[in-house]
Design a protein around this ligand. Structure first.
Ligand code: PEP
Length: 255
């Protein structure tokens, strides 16, 4: 049985003070939820404050990105050891905004995954097709390429530990979520590829979560699909009550 995984991606939102206020209230709301892995990804500037506010709670902290080198002349980049030291235990990798706005590729995603594992950070790796690709019936081919190249060299053991976020680009921040049937089809395809390329143990244990306009009122339908193991939530995660509602509904429906 896979533990549901629900993560908040705040993108470039929330100051240090806003982060501390959110996490302090949120940890109280979710304190009795033991059957969901709950993660919040604030901006880098608030990472340490978030980790301190979440200390000794069941709320984990993620970075929204990480660079693959440990240190050096890489102005503006943040390394996995820095993230670990700030108190985070997870790193989002390959979000579609990173891919489309900042030129990230499957090859750079691959390097970031290795860097995360080297620092014992759990990678949350985002994959998904654009609307054009879906309309050209290329969804499965795009997912196959992202899995093959992005996870090149990843061991079966690592695959079992990491989290894949299926995030159709056309559903992110648009208010137009994938239907449960569309999510189910894509997640089923991803899990079949994991079985084929990484084996039964990896395919059975890897959490595949859905992202794209998840809201309190569509959480239950999406997360009740058999291969949907949780959610990566952008917009609706910034309101503490909405994110709590999503975690609560994901819990009930996904286990
Ligand atoms: C995201 O940022 O990963 C995301 C899914 O955003 P939203 O929930 O706003 O669509």
């Amino acid at each position: 049985m896979r533990t549901p995984f629900i993560a908040a991606n705040w993108k470039m939102h929330k100051t240090v003070a806003e982060t501390v206020t959110f996490v302090t209230e949120f940890r109280g709301l979710v304190k009795d939820i033991k059957d969901v892995e709950i993660v919040v990804a604030p901006p880098f500037t608030a990472l340490h404050a978030a980790a301190e506010a979440a200390r000794n709670s069941n709320v984990g902290i993620a970075a929204q990105n990480l660079y693959w080198e440990r240190q050096g002349a890489f102005t503006g980049e943040i390394s996995a050891p820095m993230i670990r030291e700030a108190g985070a235990a997870y790193g989002i990798i390959g979000h579609s905004e990173r891919r489309t706005l900042f030129g990230e590729t499957d090859a750079s995603v691959n390097r970031r995954i290795a860097a995360a594992f080297a620092e014992r950070l759990t990678p949350i790796v985002c994959i998904g097709e654009t609307l054009d690709q879906r309309e050209r019936n290329e969804t499965f081919a795009v997912l196959d390429r992202q899995i093959k190249q992005g996870f090149d060299g990843v061991t079966a053991d690592e695959m079992a530990k990491l989290v894949i976020a299926y995030e159709p680009v056309w559903a992110i921040g648009t208010g137009r979520n994938a239907t449960p049937a569309q999510a189910s089809e894509a997640h089923g395809h991803i899990r079949a590829r994991l079985l084929q390329w990484f084996g039964g143990e990896a395919a059975g244990r890897c959490r595949i979560i859905y992202g794209g306009s998840v809201k309190p009122d569509n959480t239950a339908a999406l997360l009740s699909q058999p291969d949907v193991d949780g959610a990566l939530v952008g917009g609706a995660s910034m309101d503490v009550r909405d994110f709590f509602a999503i975690v609560s509904r994901g819990r009930r429906e996904a286990v």
